[in-house]
Write a new protein. Structure first.
Ligand code: ADP
Ligand code: MG
Length: 595
């Protein structure tokens, strides 16, 4: 008796689909790629319930003839490559002929398509209601039944994908919440919109419009459409003309000023030949350029676009095409590092006469006055108003009973030392602050929500906006009253008292990325409110600590030490760094070899 058998076709397709289709957003990415490859000028995406129920992508690209339409769902059916040589010279986003066939093995699909000069269009339905479900459907090979009929000859293509994983319940279990799946979809649409500024993209979720980016004249205009002018001003532009000269590699994009840093890598985009990729060479080069500009635990934001001759980069190294391999990684590293350095230190390069005079907008954005801009803090906007209104108590320590004042010595900017208890205690002020605030947010009991005299409106990206609004009740419990103002704008009405110095936009962006991260990777999953609370509390605490860098006096330090003492985990900040170190007299004696 043999143990080995050849897998049936439907099972082979399902295994292949597993690699291509991880979640609803993977489908959106594949369908958008197809629309872009088809030369579309307008692409609209509509989804229901985070794409779990329905994904519909409509484009005005070249469309398909009936013959092509009947073939396109076959495995390895592609119009994009024909020979082995083509594989090493790929200029389209797709080339494997796997996306549509994968779709039909895990969902119900309808295609409506027509070329521009055809009299009749074609409609193809696959896997729709008459198919048996469950195990029987598997055996019958869900997706085999294809119904072909006429459709109106509207040039372009519409693909509807319903009930993802309806026939693979095991995979349905891995769906995250609607808002998490939606946020992945928004990210995909944003990535495509960034890499193809000339194409109009729209995204609707449960009938409300989340993205509407009309055809833009360049990446700069597209950036502003997607993220707003305010955020645009936090970035320097890579000089595209200078970077064009290096060995046929073109680099353009935006890097954040040293003031605009994030607590995660969530605002980092690298595109190679317009494909979003993760690439350690490029990331490393960017971090090298920021080396002395930002604290170790903060991250720069960047949008980098590399264009390289197709023969010099291998895009066929990852099933979902998320990675690429460069022919000469060290050259790419050098190019990226230098370009980012130039963008970040324009004055140095300007004096050397390096920057072409033909770029007025570029120069204007890099004059010394503009270098240190950034969103004003809530306090600097409002503090004087509040103080004259007598309402604002910015002092973190004001509501407590002051403990006995002790004597501290400052060592550099972060450390203070105290001689007590037969030894020396060294405290890292920021880490200690973070711990105290973190536990305060975790307990929720002593949070004071300060009503802002003038509510603040701020614009977020569609993804962040959606997440923040969805969790507004949760944030309210933490003293942050955020109200929906439509069109990616929110109004902030109250802030936790301790965070009054934080920049609101940065805070909301960090909260949103924390929620996304927690819902995507959190060990407790969607239902774990505690995991979410811990993540958000850590983000909030860290905001105060990063921004509030004024030296504390002995009274304030004594309070901090007393608050720290009351914490459940006084010796570590929420990120695991020590908050204080004690060196006993005994230790000192040993160190000085007296023992
Ligand atoms: P690939 O994109 O790798 O070729 P797909 O399975 O995604 O494979 O698509 C198969 C083929 O179907 C494509 O090569 C293309 O010819 C055709 N096709 C898919 N989507 C569209 C579309 N929106 N407009 C026109 N043609 C399309
Ligand atoms: Mg494709």
């Amino acid at each position: 008796m043999t143990e080995i058998s050849i897998l049936p076709e439907f099972l082979i397709n399902k295994i292949a689909a597993g690699e291509v289709i991880e979640r609803p957003a993977s489908i959106v990415r594949e369908l958008l790629d197809n629309s872009i490859d088809a030369g579309a000028k307008n692409v609209s995406v509509e989804v229901l319930y985070g794409g779990k129920k329905l994904i519909r992508v409509a484009d005005d690209g070249v469309g398909m003839s009936r013959e092509d339409a009947s073939l396109c769902f076959e495995r390895h059916a592609t119009s994009k490559i024909k020979t082995e040589g083509d594989l090493f010279n790929i200029s389209t986003l797709g080339f494997r002929g796997e996306a549509l066939s994968s779709l039909t093995s895990v969902s119900k699909v309808t295609l409506i398509t027509s070329t521009a000069n055809s009299h009749t269009g074609t409609k193809i339905e696959i896997g729709l209601p008459t198919l048996p479900t469950g195990r029987q459907a598997d055996k019958a090979g869900a997706g085999e039944k294809k119904e072909i009929s006429d459709a109106p000859p509207l040039a372009g293509t519409i693909i509807e994908v319903r009930d993802l994983f309806y026939n693979t319940p095991a995979r349905r279990k891995f769906f995250k919440s609607t808002s998490t799946e939606l946020s992945h979809i928004i990210e995909v649409v944003i990535q495509k919109a960034l890499s193809y500024p000339g194409i109009s993209f729209s995204l609707k979720h449960n009938n409300s419009e989340l993205v509407n980016a009309v055809s833009a004249k360049d990446i700069r205009e597209r950036f502003k459409q997607l993220y707003g002018e305010e955020l645009f001003n936090e970035f320097f532009e890579i000089n595209p003309i200078r970077q064009n000269i290096s060995n046929g590699v073109k680099l353009y994009g935006f890097v954040s000023t040293g003031n605009f840093t994030r607590s995660t890598r969530s605002y980092q985009f690298v595109f190679v030949n317009r494909r979003p990729v993760k690439n350690p060479t490029v990331s490393h080069a960017v971090y090298s350029a920021y080396r002395d500009l930002i604290p170790k635990d903060r991250h720069p934001a960047f949008f980098l676009f590399l264009e390289i001759a197709p023969g010099k980069v291998d895009v066929n190294v990852h099933p979902a095409k998320r990675e690429v391999r460069f022919e000469t990684p060290s050259e790419i590293h050098k190019l990226v590092e230098l370009a980012v350095q130039e963008a970040l230190h324009p004055q140095q390069y300007k004096t050397a006469g390096d920057i072409p005079a033909s770029m007025p907008a570029y120069e204007a954005a890099h004059t010394a006055e503009n270098v240190s801009f950034g969103e004003q803090s809530v306090c600097e906007t409002l503090e004087s108003t509040f103080q004259s209104a007598g309402g604002l108590q910015t002092d973190f320590f004001s509501e407590r009973i002051t403990p006995a004042v002790r004597k501290y010595f400052h060592i550099g900017e972060s450390f203070v030392a105290e001689s007590a208890n037969n030894g020396l205690t060294i405290i890292d002020q920021h880490a200690a602050h973070e711990r105290v605030l973190y536990e305060k947010f975790l307990r929720k009991t002593s949070i004071v929500a300060e009503t802002l005299f003038l509510p603040i409106r701020t614009e977020l990206s569609a993804r962040e906006y959606n997440i923040v609004i969805k969790h507004s009740d949760f944030l309210k419990d933490l003293g942050l009253d955020v109200e929906d103002f439509g069109a990616n704008n929110v109004i902030v009405r109250t802030m936790p008292k301790e965070l009054c110095k934080a920049d609101i936009k940065g805070l909301l962006i960090d909260i949103a990325s924390g929620i996304i991260e927690e819902e995507t990777t959190g060990i407790r999953g969607d239902t774990g409110k505690q995991g979410l609370l811990e993540t958000i509390a850590a983000r909030l605490a860290c905001h105060k600590s990063v921004r509030g860098s004024e030296p504390l006096n002995n009274e304030e330090l004594s309070q901090l030490a007393a608050d720290l003492e009351k914490c459940e985990v006084p010796d570590k900040c929420p990120h695991g760094r020590p908050t204080r170190i004690f060196i006993s007299l005994d230790d000192l004696n040993r160190m000085f070899k007296r023992k």
